[in-house]
Design a protein around this ligand. Structure first.
Ligand SMILES: [Zn+2]
Length: 283
C-alpha cells in the first residue's frame, strides 16, 4: 500500500515561510491499496490538494469511488470537505465513515458546516457526487476491497476520537491522531490496536513541556507518541498533527528528540520520521 500525507498540521492551517518543509495544511492522509482502492483518512485542508491530484484520473470523469475515514469532526479534520474537488463531479461515489452514534447524526454534523451561513453550496447533496454516510457499527469493522479496517475509540479531551487500523496487502497501517491518553498511558486495548504496525501515524502535537501546560486539550506529546510506539512494538513511527505554532525547525527537533528517546528505551529498531506534506511512503 502507498501512504501519502496531504496535511500534517493540527487545529488550524499555518501557511508561511516557517512551515514550508512540513507544510501548513491540516490533517489528511491518503492510502492507495495494491488493488487500486483509495482511502482518505480525515478531511482537513490538505484534502484540497489530494482532490486536485485525483481529478486528473477517473475522479475527473465521474467514475471514481473511494472511502473516507473520519477520526472525528473537529474543524481541522473536516474543513477540506467543502473543497474536495471529486465531491463535485457527478458519478463519483464515496462512503464517509465516522464515529457518530448513527449515520444520520454523522450526516447532520457534516451538513452543518455546509449550511448557507458558512458556505454557499448549502448542502452536501448539492455537490454532485454520491456520498453515503456510514457510522461505524458495534463491531467497529469496515471492509474496503481486500482491506480489513478496525476503528477504535480513543480519549480526546471531553470527547472521543477514532483510531483506524488498516490491514491490507500484507501490511498494517495505524492512524491515531488527536489522542489524549489518561495519565496511565494508552489502554491495553489501544496498544492491541496499534500492535505490530508497519507504520503508526501518531499524534505529536506538543513537546512534553508545552503539553504539560495544555493537558485539557486532549492531545499527545512526543513522549506519548514514543511510548505508544514502544509499547505496541511498531516498526515505523510517523509524528503527525503538529501544533500550528511550531516551525520546521521545531518539528526537526521533535524528530531528533524522538530518535534519542527510542534509543534510550532500547527501541533502536523503530524508525521515526516527521510526517510532511507531499511525502509518500510505500509499505
Ligand atoms: Zn486535530
Amino acid at each position: 500500500m502507498e501512504v501519502t500525507f496531504w496535511g500534517v498540521r493540527g487545529s488550524i492551517p499555518s501557511p508561511g515561510p516557517a512551515t514550508v518543509r512540513y507544510g501548513g495544511n491540516t490533517s489528511c492522509v491518503s492510502v492507495r491499496l495494491d488493488d487500486g482502492e483509495i482511502i482518505m483518512i480525515d478531511c482537513g485542508t490538505g484534502a484540497r490538494n489530494f482532490g486536485i491530484s485525483l481529478l486528473a484520473g477517473v475522479f475527473g470523469k465521474g467514475s471514481g469511488s473511494a472511502t473516507v475515514l473520519l477520526s472525528h469532526a473537529h474543524w481541522d479534520h473536516i474543513q477540506g470537505f467543502p473543497f474536495f474537488g471529486p465531491f463535485y463531479v457527478p458519478g463519483n461515489r464515496f462512503t464517509i465513515v465516522g464515529g457518530s452514534r448513527s449515520s444520520e447524526l454523522l450526516e447532520r454534523v457534516l451538513e452543518r458546516q455546509m449550511a448557507a451561513q458558512f458556505f454557499p453550496v448549502q448542502s452536501y447533496r448539492n455537490m454532485g457526487a454520491q456520498l453515503e454516510m456510514r457510522a461505524v457499527s458495534e463491531d467497529r469493522e469496515v471492509r474496503v476491497g481486500a482491506a480489513k479496517i478496525t476503528a477504535h475509540p480513543n480519549p480526546h479531551g471531553p470527547t472521543q476520537v477514532l483510531a483506524y487500523r488498516i490491514e491490507a496487502d500484507g501490511q498494517t497501517l495505524v492512524y491515531a491522531s488527536d489522542v489524549g491518553y489518561h495519565k496511565s498511558g494508552p489502554s491495553q486495548e489501544t496498544v492491541d490496536i496499534y500492535h505490530g504496525a508497519d507504520l503508526l501515524i501518531h499524534d505529536c502535537t506538543f513537546t512534553p513541556e508545552d503539553h504539560a501546560q495544555r493537558i485539557a486539550r486532549g492531545l499527545s506529546s512526543l513522549d506519548d507518541a514514543v511510548d505508544a510506539a514502544v509499547k505496541a512494538q511498531v516498526k515505523r513511527l510517523a509524528l503527525f498533527h503538529y501544533d500550528q505554532d511550531y516551525s520546521d525547525h521545531d518539528v526537526d527537533e521533535l524528530v531528533r528528540r524522538g530518535r534519542r528517546q527510542l534509543d534510550e528505551r532500547g527501541a533502536r529498531h523503530i524508525t521515526i520520521l516527521g510526517a510532511a506534506e507531499g511525502l509518500t511512503l510505500t509499505l
